[in-house]
Design a binder for this molecule. Structure first.
Ligand code: HEC
Length: 132
């Protein structure tokens, strides 16, 4: 009956309370306000750009950005092996990086502004018209 003893109801309550606390802590991460300037320094010093590009849009793209709380949790304790853990960065430091990425203008042009894409689309359109 050892197992039954270990799994007494109060433990479930305690675990539940802990989970609740954790989710509150995670929700609070979203309230951290970062400074883009400090974030830029960290993004370069910690070599994030090596795998995510200087604008966070190449390699493994970071933009569009995840919600801030998810971003902070992933950078400090990534669930995937290919991403190094930056557990030495404080949540506030990761919020700086987030603010930096948020401050960057997107370098992805709208599809209308890509001449080659437009000529391919036009050709495909006229080819399909020809098939009618
Ligand atoms: C050695 C390469 C490498 C470096 C350096 C690196 N990452 Fe990553 N990162 C990855 C890879 C690979 C993934 C994707 C893993 C997957 O999806 O399985 C990832 C995923 C992520 C994600 C989640 C992906 C998403 O959808 O947004 C975030 C956020 C992230 N990295 C932020 C950072 C930040 C911030 C830094 C610097 C502090 C950093 N990474 C440095 C390789 C790297």
């Amino acid at each position: 009956m050892r197992i039954a003893k270990t799994l007494r109801p109060t433990r479930f309550v305690a675990i539940g309370a802990l989970m609740l606390q954790t989710s509150i802590a995670v929700a609070q991460l979203g309230d951290l306000v970062g400074d883009p300037k400090q974030g830029e320094v960290l993004f370069r010093e910690r070599l994030c750009y090596a795998c995510h590009g200087f604008s966070g849009e190449t390699g493994v793209p970071l933009r569009p950005l995840l919600p801030k709380e998810a971003f902070i949790v992933i950078v400090r304790t990534p669930p995937m092996r290919q991403m190094p853990a930056y557990s030495d960065l404080s949540p506030q430091q990761v919020a700086h990086i987030y603010a930096y990425l948020e401050s960057l203008p997107s370098t992805t042009p709208s599809p209308d502004e890509v001449p080659l894409l437009n000529s391919i689309v036009d050709q495909a359109r006229s080819a399909s018209r020809g098939a009618d």
